[in-house]
Design a protein around this ligand. Structure first.
Ligand code: BGC
Ligand code: BGC
Length: 798
């Protein structure tokens, strides 16, 4: 019996969005004219966006692709540090290809993740991430940053940025917390709209989407910040009212600011993936709110709908997606969609509507009539130096949490030691989405106008007759007048940054020792904490006389030194955009469950004038968090993993020492590899087939597979090319063969090591279901040996 279907959304509780009306009958007639001309293959091409690392200009011409993008790790000629001119030239090549296509010539457009400045281009000014901007609460500043970013994006020949993220992160464990302005929906909505205005211009003024402007994207629609346990791409734990009041306000405000594209989220709501969520994508966003722009997908996100794959996902279109982000899957997707059009599985009305939206966007942004990208740029070309604006943002976003006995400001005429892993490290202060997807490893030579905290201190102190000491030499013995310690989280992006808890411990033993020595000598310590989110740092706060939350300040982090030595010239104005945890499990603003305590509340932030009474904080419960990707390292398995040897049931557990199975046909024992007992040495004598296996209850690696991850092994260089070792993996009970280990060896610079990378896609091809990986194993049936020092799931390095 089927009753009336329960409505998925109660649209009556959702207000209508206030949108500037930009509809124009003339434009619609023009678009209808183009649509009449297009063949089915050309239409399907228009609704696909491919990545520059897998689609050439010729592909764009042949398939009439509507757009290209450069993913976080893609660059012209795979040269991450390619100069701006190479980007511009490539933009010209794609554009020209789209203009020599057969049939109607529709210029291709190019989208990029310019999420804190034009962060994929070497040398661009890197603005602080959204979490910092949230601490400023300054919409005017954010609008100016949007305008500055648009100028650089234009200078590289691109048309479109996937920003702002208007996510409202509700659980600090989420690896994308730093992409969220605040846990508070109003702040996120206000600043998201400001960035849209800066990027696109104001819809009611001249210059809207004009030559200095780019198309903006509000993302990720909707509820990405509310997922279960802060796990990226998971199910959003929100009632319909929470969705409306917590996660949707950024879309109302972005729509009011005229945003032209909205990106569907990887996450789901009520178990339904957003890419297939018709009630939200079509009924709410398009029908109820009247959004007439483009709903773009996220990186193969359409493949995550139940029953779909990256190359086969008709339901996404039918649910309301207008442009598939199909970085590497575009070719297969194009073929399947065409087939589905002729079989009627996708309707030609829906396809036409999606194409109409793409064409409308191109028309509004002037792309339909613009000349080649390089010819669109005014006389002045190249990247613009926005360092003053970035420095302003850095200063306005630093939050002073402790200033015991007015330790700050420090005197610029004193002798100041500056140390810590982030004191002079651009990669750490810029965070993820900087030059590469995960960030890190930035060469200061690529950023000539950049200034680290150490360099900032040198600039100020140098001019005042004081001196800055670095940690080389005997500075700790010659006790300095004060010390500035800059430390924090290593860079990360997306799910790679998800954490189990919020406990922070200082990464370098050396720094801990130095901190202790300085404290014992009574030297005042100012800590600058660099992180993508508040973390529980009680021991470090206790150990510091002053404590500054700097979040992810970007290339102008030296501007923090102006605050530290301010002398009354500048003061702290930043206020916490997220509450700061007291305990490792004070995860955040909550999902409607248990109220959490916080050490410092949302909105907290001292000025230099304020006396602060900071009591000693509770230090118990120190624990280090594990790196999610590591399976085996330092001689031990990570949480959730265990090692077994032997193929017979029951196999023997191994957790150190020496153990043999099958009449000594396989022996596993602890071995030294640079460090004591940090490796496992396996020796097969060849009498029978045996394996060493790494077990997990069930691990979901679909996100990692989607992002192109691999299983990485580091062994000693004694690995013989002809070793008869095989890789196997299992999701259920059956171990499936993946291939000979030797096939996966990669070039390795360290002479004492051999390295291997096994793409997760090879496991998938072998039939392993990556939503529930249970085992990775290495086997041999002839004499062989393997000394494994490290096993992990990572981005390939090759
Ligand atoms: C991210 C998006 C991003 C896209 C393109 C995805 O993995 O979730 O935020 O815009 O990739 O790089
Ligand atoms: C790309 C990112 C993308 C991610 C998807 C990476 O390989 O470079 O742009 O967001 O995969 O998870």
């Amino acid at each position: 019996m089927t009753g009336p279907q329960k409505p998925d959304l109660d649209l009556s509780i959702w207000p209508v969005a206030a949108r500037p009306d930009r509809s124009c009958q003339r434009t619609e007639r023009l678009i209808s004219g183009i649509l009449d001309w297009l063949t089915p293959a050309q239409k399907v091409g228009q609704i696909i966006q491919a990545d520059i690392s897998s689609a050439t200009p010729d592909d764009v011409a042949e398939y009439h692709l509507g757009a290209v993008l450069n993913g976080g790790n893609s660059a012209p000629g795979r040269q991450q540090r390619a100069p701006l001119s190479d980007w511009l030239q490539l933009a010209d090549e794609y554009w020209s290809a789209s203009m020599r296509a057969d049939g109607p010539r529709i210029p291709v457009m190019w989208g990029t993740d310019a999420v804190h400045g034009h962060n994929n281009i070497a040398g661009a000014t890197i603005f602080p991430h959204n979490i910092n901007l949230g601490a400023t609460r300054d919409a005017d500043l954010v609008e100016r940053i949007g305008a500055a970013t648009a100028i650089d994006v234009r200078a590289s020949g691109m048309d479109w940025t996937f920003a702002p993220s208007v996510a409202v992160a509700r659980d600090l464990r989420w690896g994308r917390t730093f992409e969220s302005y605040s846990e508070c929906p109003e702040i996120s909505a206000k600043l998201g709209a400001a960035l849209v205005r800066g990027l696109q211009g104001r819809p009611d003024r001249d210059g809207f989407l004009g030559p200095n402007k780019v198309i903006a994207t509000a993302k990720h629609f909707v509820g990405d910040g509310g997922t279960r346990d802060g796990r990226d791409q998971d199910d959003t734990m929100a009632t319909e009212l929470d969705l409306r009041d917590v996660h949707a306000p950024g879309y109302y405000s972005a729509l009011a600011a005229g945003v032209q594209t909205i990106m569907a989220s990887f996450s789901s709501w009520g178990g339904r993936k957003m890419h297939g969520n018709k009630p939200l994508l079509t009924d709410l966003l398009k029908s109820h709110w009247g959004f007439d722009g483009v709903v773009v997908g996220d990186w193969n996100g359409h493949g995550q709908i139940d029953g779909a794959s990256s190359t086969n996902s008709p339901d996404a279109l039918m649910a309301g997606l207008d442009m598939y982000m199909a970085p590497d899957s575009w070719r297969g997707l194009h073929a399947t969609l065409l087939g589905q059009l002729s079989s009627g599985e996708i309707s030609s009305e829906r396809l036409d509507d999606a194409v109409r939206r793409v064409l409308r966007l191109k028309y509004r942004a002037g792309i339909l009539s613009a000349p080649t990208p390089s010819a669109r740029i005014g006389r002045k070309s190249g990247l613009t130096d926005h360092s003053k604006l970035a420095a302003e943002a850095v200063q306005k976003s630093a939050v002073l949490l402790k200033n015991h006995k007015q330790t700050l400001p420090l005197s610029a005429t004193s002798r100041v030691l500056v140390f810590g892993d982030a004191a002079d490290n651009l990669g750490v202060v810029c965070g993820g989405w900087t030059l590469s997807w995960q960030g890190g490893n930035l060469d200061p030579n690529d950023y000539p106008n950049s200034e680290t905290v150490l360099e900032g201190a040198e600039r100020i102190v140098g001019a005042s007759g004081g001196s800055v000491l670095r940690t080389q030499g005997d500075d700790c013995i010659n006790t300095p007048d004060a010390a500035i310690f800059v430390t924090g989280e290593p860079p990360y992006a997306e799910f790679r940054g998800d954490r189990e808890d919020l406990e922070y411990s200082i990464p370098q033993d050396m720094d801990v020792a130095r901190l202790t020595t300085l404290r014992q000598a009574g030297v005042p310590i100012v800590t600058v904490f660099i992180s993508g989110r508040p973390l529980r740092t009680n021991p470090l706060i206790n150990a510091s006389d002053a404590f500054i939350a700097g979040f992810l300040p970007g290339t102008q982090s030296g501007a923090l030194a102006d605050l530290i030595f301010s002398n009354g010239k500048v003061d702290f104005t930043g206020k916490l955009p997220f509450s700061w945890p007291t305990e490792p499990d004070d995860f955040g603003a909550g999902h409607g469950h248990k109220t959490r305590t916080s050490q410092f509340n949302l909105g907290f932030g001292l000025t230099l004038q304020q006396a602060c009474n900071c009591p000693r904080l509770n230090e118990e419960r120190q624990q280090t968090t594990t790196d999610h990707g590591t399976i085996f390292g330092n001689g031990v398995t990570s949480e959730g993993w265990r090692i077994q040897i032997g193929s017979a049931e029951p196999a023997l557990p191994w957790s150190g020492g020496s153990r043999s199975c099958g009449n000594n046909s396989l022996t596993a024992q602890s071995a030294d590899f640079g460090k004591q007992e940090n490796a496992i040495m396996c020796t097969w004598r060849g009498e029978r087939h045996e394996e060493v296996s790494f077990h997990h209850k069930s691990l979901d690696l679909t996100r990692e597979a989607n992002a192109g991850f691999c299983i990485r092994l580091v062994t000693t260089n004694e690995f013989a090319e002809d070793a008869p070792l095989n890789v196997l993996a299992a999701c259920g009970d059956d171990l499936l063969p993946i291939g000979p280990l030797a096939n996966y060896r990669i070039a390795c610079r360290a002479p004492d090591k051999a390295e291997f990378e096994i793409p997760l896609s090879d496991l998938e091809d072998a039939g392993v279901q990556l939503s529930g990986l249970r085992m990775i194993a290495f086997s041999a049936r002839a004499p062989a040996s393997l000394t494994l020092a490290h096993l992990s799931i990572e981005m390939p390095r090759t």
